[in-house]
Design a protein around this ligand. Structure first.
Ligand code: SF4
Length: 464
């Protein structure tokens, strides 16, 4: 079944979540649990020191990316892997299409990969008549539902166990009161056949070590290991920013990423792929293809400020702590990467105009920066994209006029006081109807009740 591809910010998706208390509760509970575990895991290490070290390694990597990419290609080829360079989505899919045609691929299994979501791999393959099966349990659930993932790490966190009971009862014949273990067992049983019969296995890549050409994959279920070793061909999609310089760097990044993501000291399974099966090995694919994908990353790297977003290791910690994500879920962001990191990657990957209003989807509380394991200054970058949007006149004309008028009033105390007195008790209290420019800000909320006294009056009277 094909999953509908995200195509941009969707207010409708936010409304669906707003109007579905059960779904919102599931998102909030899951993100709080992830964050509690992350908090606990960080008390067990010197998290500040680890984060500063990781920031340094990734910044060094990104500022020498050309050198490390060449080194990685050299090592991958020496290991027997095929390397494909893809500047765009079309080039990445063309590389995949060539492999599919050459091997006569009829069915494929895939481990969780956000880059494959970014590229629309499933739709591409299904349009060519290839049967594609997601093998991560969360991904499997939402594939059956025909939905895209709503979280980088937990793709189905917006769905409850009850939703899964109904789904699996209809699709796999399990009992309506099946336990979570029974549901997982049914999925495992259904997937076993897919692993055995698939011609092609696909994955992303958490890290690619330039020094050794080692592809590192983190997971908890073992499905990635099966997807990358049972079929005769393995295709891995790797963003060019996912490199690490040295094998020595890898062990710390594996631990830091999972501690930030789920609080685990390390994933249940870590696969280190060194190329195709060798003559003396019994397992593994005959061919390994690594597709190194740019798709906007070089453009982002060229930006003096925004390049820092490329340090991201996709742990999801910034989503889990974000008060906006907790209320809207991931679908509202409208593309593969949601939450705070999605809002700063989108302008770089898709273009600023295309990605508006995502940089505004934040309260700028700063919690995301506090938890990021590679210290990406997310609030600063959100502001940077907002500034660029204003400079490039991409915000609505009415908003620009409104802001100009506000700036005029705010820099003239007398005018500000008169304006404030005039507004108290009238237009805002109408839920924005009297001031259309405020419609999107206040239209979804109950009527605002202005304070009977101005802030300055309260200040003079002595605020506690
Ligand atoms: S921005 Fe930081 S916290 Fe958010 S997903 Fe990326 S690495 Fe994790």
């Amino acid at each position: 079944m094909s999953r509908s591809r995200p195509s941009g910010y969707s207010a409708e998706s936010s409304r669906i979540l707003r109007d579905d208390p059960g779904m919102r509760a599931a998102v909030t509970a899951a993100t709080r649990t992830f964050d509690d575990h992350r908090r606990d895991a960080w008390t067990r290490i010197d998290a500040d020191a680890w984060r500063s070290w990781a920031e340094g390694v990734k910044s060094h990597l990104l500022t020498h990316l050309d050198t490390y990419l060449e080194q990685a290609e050299e090592r991958l080829v020496a290991n027997g892997a095929h390397v494909h360079w893809a500047e765009t989505t079309d080039e990445a899919l063309a590389a995949l299409g060539a492999v599919v045609d050459r091997h006569g691929v009829a069915s494929a299994v895939k481990g969780k990969s956000m880059l494959s979501e970014e590229l629309g791999v499933n739709d591409f393959l299904e349009a060519r008549g290839v049967h594609v099966r997601e093998t991560d349990l969360g991904e499997y659930i939402i594939q059956l539902l025909g939905e895209p993932p709503s979280h980088i790490v937990g793709p189905a966190i917006h769905r409850s166990v009850e939703d899964c009971r109904v789904l699996f009862h209809e699709r796999l014949g399990t009992a309506m009161d099946a336990s979570p273990d029974a549901l997982a067992a049914a999925a495992r049983e259904a997937l076993r056949e897919e692993f055995v019969t698939a011609d092609l296995g696909m994955s992303g890549g958490n890290f690619l070590v330039a020094e050794t050409g080692t592809l590192a994959l983190i997971e908890n279920e073992g499905n990635i290991r099966l997807s990358t070793s049972a079929p005769r061909v393995h295709v891995a999609f790797v963003g060019i920013e996912k490199l690490l310089p040295r094998l020595d760097d890898l062990s710390a990044f594996l631990q830091l990423t999972t501690r930030a993501a789920t609080g685990q000291p390390i994933g249940n399974f870590v696969s280190l792929i060194q190329g195709p099966r060798r003559a003396d090995e019994v397992d593994g694919p005959e061919e390994v293809h690594v597709v190194l994908v740019d798709n906007g990353r070089t453009r982002l790297l060229a930006d003096d400020e925004a390049w820092e977003a490329l340090r991201c290791v996709r742990c999801g910690a910034c989503l889990n702590i974000c008060p906006v994500y907790r209320q809207t879920g991931g679908h509202a962001y409208g593309w593969a990467y949601s939450g705070p990191i999605g809002s700063i990657l989108a302008p770089g990957f898709l273009g600023l105009e295309e990605s508006l209003p995502l940089p505004y989807a934040s309260t700028l509380c700063g919690a995301c920066a506090d938890v990021c394991p590679v210290r990406i200054p997310i609030p600063d970058l959100l502001l940077k994209w907002r500034r660029d949007a204003v400079d490039e006149k991409l915000t609505p004309a009415a908003e620009r006029l409104g802001m100009a008028a506000y700036a005029t009033a705010a820099t003239r105390p007398g005018l500000f006081a008169v304006g404030g007195a005039a507004m108290r008790g009238t237009p805002l209290a109408l839920g924005g109807r009297a001031l259309p420019v405020l419609k999107d800000w206040v239209g979804e909320r109950g009527p605002l009740v202005p304070s009977p006294k101005s802030f300055r009056r309260l200040w003079k009277e002595g605020i506690e």
